[in-house]
Design a protein around this ligand. Sequence first.
Ligand code: URA
Length: 190
Amino acid sequence: MKEAWEEIEQHVAGCTCCPLHATRRRPVMGRGDHQAALMLIAEAPGEQEDQQGTPFVGRSGELLDRLLQDCGLRREDIYMTNIIKCHPPGNRDPKEAEKKACFPYLKYETFLLKPKIIVCLGRIAAQRIISPDFKITRQHGTWTCRKNYALTATYHPSAVLRDPLKYELVKEDFCEIVKKLNSLTNDPGD
Ligand code: URA
């Protein structure tokens, strides 16, 4: 299994499947516990992530760490990744072709991890993973059951940085996620 993770990391490192490879500094592969039951999927690496090659190391990462901590989680216990692995110039939204080109990596990460819960952070991830017409304002915190995992979405940490009043909303969503995680991982019939 370790080899499979190394292999996908190497593929991502050398990927030229979309034009973003020409402008990225470093591709950003998902990081975290490869046994985690909880997988977070966000949109795309930002400036800082592009420099360091690690997801959520900038200001939104600091906020995410605070949210996790407030709900009794640590980033070492979860797995976090993005829909696309390369930083889009100027922080623009990823283009359809970029999301399509990168999707096999996300699919393979999910296959290897086999999470019990997937959380989409923000509209872009929710619309790619849950449903194209997902409305984050109305539908954050709601749950969908997929064959092998439970799926939900909440606001992206950068939305909370723009509007700090959203912090409590997102914290409530995360606390529900932790409750669900505990109920799924403590199931004696599991
Ligand atoms: N924003 C994202 O969507 N992903 C990161 O890794 C960092 C910031």
